[in-house]
Design a protein around this ligand. Structure first.
Ligand code: ADP
Length: 484
């Protein structure tokens, strides 16, 4: 049996801004089911809901030195156990009382340097020594570095480390001096190219990737893509150099959290066996709630997404009006770049009753869209894994995706000759190809409903759970344990 400590900046239901939060929730639970002991270490953010804060128990506190000039900071530990997973929240109001939970890089860098170090100090303090410290994204990327330097001679120093890339776009880049000051890492580390972007800038993620014993990312295709110029975000050569320790393991979703049979947020829950009789009732409720024309015969296209360039929204914007016909409705749920927020508001105003733009973050509306839409668009420019297409499939909503990263690995293109496949896909990043994919999907929906229904049922049968991938992580943990 392995002991694994997860270190990451967000975790559903305490705080979530995207897929990382889902993975930090679902993967530990899947690992516990396989017999692993898991602790999840998180910041105790001021923005966390009071109801969760009230559930925590105080486990102790200490002062930890951090900066180059030996400045010390308070580290409090608040704990919660849920479904076999132990959550340790690191309390320090100076760092974590601001933001939602992120602020801006200038403040986030000291905050996550502190967090990366405190995570290891907490494990020593609790005398809970893991076999593997599993770190997530740039916010936890200094943990593998501290493990091999400042913590090398301490109990936790015996652990191995994994750094998982959920999104390479965000890297924690700052001036070398800023990183040197806040991290208090040995001066000689900065003589090497490990952290350096150039003579004056440092990259935290780059350093973590070099120091981790293994690097994983969240799909096999993304693991290959990030070694190329287009997807590598400036770190492609670095990742290519470290390719022997790089692996792609596709994400799953928590199938209890996302279960259309038991989902209390749906007016009419349904399963694979009665999806054809019941799913449309959720569509009517969605239309009613959003002020769209109530008609189960309409083709409802959903979009649940952060509204950023990554998500391919310039393609959606480019062909939006062509995508609409009298039989089509579009529902957008998301927040982000004002350029896209305003574009979707404009379409809602222009096409009243046909388009709804919900510029907000709303878990319960997301559930209703996954259940009520016929198809979900995910036309991303790049997509490390993508969870929305997995959730959509689980709810019998057909994904329309670009063939990149995890979208390519999880959605099999519909073949109009054989009827095989579980979604509609396109390859090049061209708006016309998105439009073509939407039209192909709509044609099957309106002209060949029996075939469409088979795709819906096939989607619901697909195994999108964590079981298979959790076992791949277990093999990786065993591999690291064998290294001693
Ligand atoms: P990313 O991590 O790049 O944002 P993912 O597809 O991996 O994308 O994960 C997105 C997660 O966030 C999904 O669980 C999705 O349902 C959720 N989500 C995104 N935007 C919203 C929103 N506006 N309201 C509710 N949930 C959202």
């Amino acid at each position: 049996m392995s002991r694994v400590a997860f270190v990451g900046s967000e975790c559903y239901p305490f705080v979530k801004t995207g897929g990382l939060g889902d993975v930090m929730y679902a993967l530990p639970r899947a690992l516990v089911r396989e017999g692993t002991e898991v602790r999840v270490i998180l910041p105790l953010y001021g923005c966390m809901k009071q109801k969760y804060k009230d559930m925590l128990t105080w486990k102790g506190s200490f002062m930890m030195d951090l900066t180059q000039d030996g400045h010390s900071f308070f580290v409090g530990i608040m704990e919660l156990e849920q479904d076999g997973v132990t959550y340790d929240f690191i309390d320090n109001r100076e760092f974590f009382d601001w933001g939602n939970p992120y602020t801006g890089l200038w403040e986030d860098i000291p905050k996550y340097i502190f967090f990366s170090k405190a995570a290891l100090a907490v494990l020593n303090y609790l005398e809970w020594i893991p076999d593997v410290v599993h770190c997530h994204d740039w916010q936890a990327s200094l943990t593998p570095v501290y493990l091999r330097t400042r913590f090398a001679g301490t109990p936790v120093g015996s652990a191995r480390s994994i750094l998982t890339i959920h999104n390479l776009r965000f890297q924690g880049i700052c001036s070398l001096d800023h990183l040197k000051y806040w991290s208090g890492l040995p001066e000689e580390l900065f003589d090497y190219p490990v952290f350096k972007v150039n003579d004056s800038e440092a990259n935290m993620f780059k350093g973590g990737l070099a120091y981790a014993d293994r690097v994983t990312t969240v799909s096999e295709t993304y693991a290959q893509e990030i070694q190329t110029d287009f997807y590598g975000e400036g770190l492609n050569s670095h990742l290519w150099y470290h390719r022997a320790k790089l692996r792609g393991i596709v994400n799953g979703i928590d199938v209890e959290q996302w279960d259309s049979r038991t989902d209390s947020l749906l007016p009419v829950p349904y399963g694979r066996e009665d999806v054809l009789e019941k799913k449309w009732k959720n569509k009517l409720e969605l239309q009613r709630r959003l002020g769209l024309q109530e008609d189960a015969g309409k083709f409802v296209l959903g979009l649940v997404s952060r509204l950023t360039d990554q998500k391919g929204l310039d393609l959606v914007d480019g062909v939006f009006q062509q995508m609409l016909d009298e039989n089509t409705q579009v529902v957008v749920l998301g927040t982000g770049d004002p350029r896209y927020e305003n574009a979707f508001r404009y379409y809602e105003n222009t096409y009243r009753g046909q388009v709804s733009a919900c510029i907000m973050y709303d878990e319960s509306l997301a559930h209703l869209i996954y259940a009520g839409a016929d198809a979900l668009m995910v036309p991303s420019l790049f997509e490390p894994c993508g969870l929305t297409q997995l959730i959509a499939m689980r709810y019998g909503t057909v994904p329309i995706v670009r063939e990149t990263g995890g979208l390519k690995d999880t959605v099999e293109p519909f073949n109009e000759y054989t009827g095989e496949g579980n979604g509609f896909t396109f390859d090049q990043y061209w708006a016309d190809l998105l439009l073509d994919a939407v039209r192909r999907a709509r044609r099957v929906f309106t002209e060949d409903r029996p075939r469409w229904d088979l795709v819906v049922q096939r989607d619901m049968e697909k195994d999108v759970s964590w079981t298979h991938s959790a076992r791949q992580y277990l093999e990786l943990y065993d591999e690291l344990k064998a290294l001693g």
